[in-house]
Design a protein around this ligand. Structure first.
Ligand SMILES: Cc1ncc(COP(=O)(O)O)c(C=O)c1O
Length: 255
């Protein structure tokens, strides 16, 4: 719902011609039907490119479609769904999209940064949250306190989580780089790192995954090469009875 505060904000932005602070925020509205609608608004004063503009922009997000997609992929794969809501759910409104996804059955949420995860916690989301992007070891205490699970790509990252947990059980996921080259341990070194991390006292290896770089492209060659690299480390690094493993991919349609 757009409140009188929002309108006052807009009026001030228009007067001042500039909007200090965040340029976008999301509000949610429960429709009479009981459905939620997420409304992402950009403050008048700045356009999408950062250039000054006086045209307010609205994006109306159909949260029923989000819920439908979660249920669809759960049914299609027979697996749990982790909803990636990084970057304010790609501009769709992280809190509302996360709520809709969880209500529709997503068992996990994923964000890019510790801050994003803590924002969801402050909004009352209790689902497990994975932080996908590399975090600074100095952020580990805040992440652990907020009940966030960090992805790590080296031993130092995992050790920082153990230290932050101060004797409480701690969990990390390991990102394995099979060709995305954004983050993670190179796949040839992954089995060794995974074994060392799994052996850290007090630490549980919660998941191992890779990130496909070209999964949404028509040419499947690189996607399949990454898959083959995944297969190689996957087989070696998964001891019998190993904890949950996960593999994430980008916007790939199911094949
Ligand atoms: C492992 C992993 N899977 C999926 C995603 C989401 O995909 P995209 O790269 O399309 O944002 C990310 C995003 O950071 C990721 O790290």
């Amino acid at each position: 719902m757009v409140t009188s505060d929002d309108l006052a904000d807009d009026a001030r932005n228009r007067r001042e011609g500039a909007a200090p602070g965040p340029r976008r925020w999301a509000v949610g509205q429960r429709l009479r039907s009981g459905r939620w609608r997420s409304v992402s608004r950009r403050r008048p004063g700045w356009g999408a490119t950062g250039a000054r503009s006086r045209r307010p922009t609205w994006a109306e997000i159909d949260l029923d479609a989000v819920a439908h997609n979660v249920r669809h992929f759960a049914a299609l794969t027979g697996a749990g769904v982790m909803a990636v809501v990084k970057g304010n759910a790609y501009g769709h409104g992280a809190i509302m999209v996360a709520r809709a996804a969880v209500e529709a059955g997503a068992g996990w949420l994923a964000v890019a940064t510790v801050d994003e995860g803590l924002q969801l916690r402050r909004a009352g989301l209790r689902a497990p949250i994975l932080v996908l992007a590399p975090s600074d070891p100095a952020e580990a205490p805040a992440a652990v306190a907020g009940g966030l699970t960090l992805a790590v790509g080296d031993l130092a990252g995992a050790a920082a989580v153990v230290a932050a947990a101060r004797g409480e059980p701690a969990t990390v996921h390991v990102e394995v780089d099979t060709g995305m080259h954004r983050f993670g341990v190179w796949h040839e070194a992954a089995p060794d790192l995974i074994a060392r991390i799994a052996a850290l006292p007090g630490l549980r290896l919660g998941g191992v995954y890779t990130h496909y770089a070209t999964a949404d492209e028509a040419d499947r060659a690189f996607f399949e090469a990454q898959g083959r690299a995944s297969g190689r480390w996957w087989a070696r690094s998964a001891p019998p009875g190993s904890p949950c493993r996960s593999s994430t991919r980008t916007t790939a349609p199911p094949r």
